[in-house]
Design a protein around this ligand. Structure first.
Ligand code: TXA
Ligand code: MG
Length: 321
């Protein structure tokens, strides 16, 4: 059931967490499907509900820095710098885990991914639950991440007791995940915090490599069931439109296009602001996926700032077919 995230309902949800249940809740990135990160039986329910493979580790959400000491065995200088600069916020840091973190939470790894969300509802839920909350995005495995309570409800309705409604999420795209080794920062997943910002905090380049990737970075992901194709120029896409009966075409900013009748046209942002594109991305894909069209064409963005994460998500969505 969807409940408005009032003080009372957040408390009610925290009771569910304390009793080993599962709750969907908003963060600043996307909605999460949360359970007590330190309770194996609770965490396993997340995997069941999502139909997620057990080797795909979860992110542990905390409300206070003091949890790092309990959950990890090393908090180095670079991690401290990143925490200071970006928490609370959409940066997830992978640490070496302590014994209290169960392996089910970390997909069998000796490391644990931690972040402090920048969302009052999420922070209160953790505080009232008095435990860190493990939470993946609240979607079925492989599908589009939810950015509203309604999107969670339509995917998981009967499987979760409570979906806390905190409105549309602010970033609309997941956290950036980093791993630190020998003073180097590796990007395991592109996300809402731009790598340029991380580089300016650590005063050196980050490492983005195909070789060092999180488990759980699958070839396809975040994907609508409808076929999705990325295009660069309108010239390129124009003569493809007639090959389909019903087409959706989504541009980055509002365009004045002459399009044939079989095309439903939309845009992600009035003037092409990439933050706004990220915010609307999953919602639009989700919406058009339900419309039973033959194909969704989506315009590419420039790969800088949050544009990198947007292109990462689009490519993975394109890879379903
Ligand atoms: O913004 C977010 O990060 C959202 C909200 C709910 O916080 N959460 C999220 O979780 O995106 P999820 O499960 O969809 O993605 C978690 C990913 C895993 O698939 C894996 O790639 C990475 O985080 N991960 C988790 N623990 C890890 C670890 N110990 N080492 C490396 N990667 C890890
Ligand atoms: Mg996810």
């Amino acid at each position: 059931m969807i409940l408005l995230a009032s003080e009372e309902n957040i408390k009610r949800a925290s009771e569910v967490i304390r009793n080993g249940g599962v709750v969907a809740f908003p963060t600043e990135t996307v909605y999460g499907l949360g359970a007590d990160a330190l309770n194996k039986d609770a965490v396993i329910k997340i995997f069941e509900i999502k139909e997620r493979p057990l080797f795909d580790p979860l992110i542990v959400h905390i409300d206070e820095i003091k949890w790092i000491e309990k959950l990890t065995i090393e908090f180095n200088e670079i991690a401290k710098k990143l925490v200071e600069a970006f928490w609370p916020g959409p940066l997830t840091i992978v640490f070496k885990k302590s014994d209290i973190v169960p392996y089910i939470t970390t997909g069998g790894l000796n490391t644990v991914a931690i972040r402090m969300p920048d969302n009052e509802i999420a922070l209160k839920l953790i505080r009232y639950s008095q435990t860190p909350i493990a939470a993946p995005s609240a979607n079925k495995f492989g599908y589009i991440s939810p950015t509203s309570a309604r999107m969670v409800y339509e995917q998981l309705n009967d499987k979760v007791d409570i979906i806390l409604d905190g409105g549309k999420t602010r970033y609309g795209i997941e956290s950036t995940i980093v791993y630190i080794e020998n003073e180097d920062v590796y990007i395991l997943r592109l996300g809402a915090i731009e790598i340029e910002k991380i580089e300016s905090v650590i005063n050196k380049k980050v490492i983005i490599s195909e070789k060092v990737k999180s488990p759980g970075q699958f070839k396809f992901h975040y994907a609508p069931y409808t076929r999705l194709i990325i295009f660069n120029s309108f010239d390129e896409v124009e003569n493809k439109l007639k090959n389909y009966k019903k087409v959706v075409l989504i541009s980055i900013k509002r365009e004045n296009l002459k399009l044939p009748d079989n095309v439903i046209y939309d845009f992600f942002s009035e003037n092409g602001d990439l933050r706004e594109v990220a915010k609307n991305l999953f919602e639009k894909l989700y919406y058009y996926d339900k419309m039973n069209v033959d194909i969704i064409f989506v315009q590419a963005v420039k790969e800088e700032g949050i544009g990198r994460a947007i292109m990462d998500r689009l490519r993975k969505a394109q890879n379903r077919y």
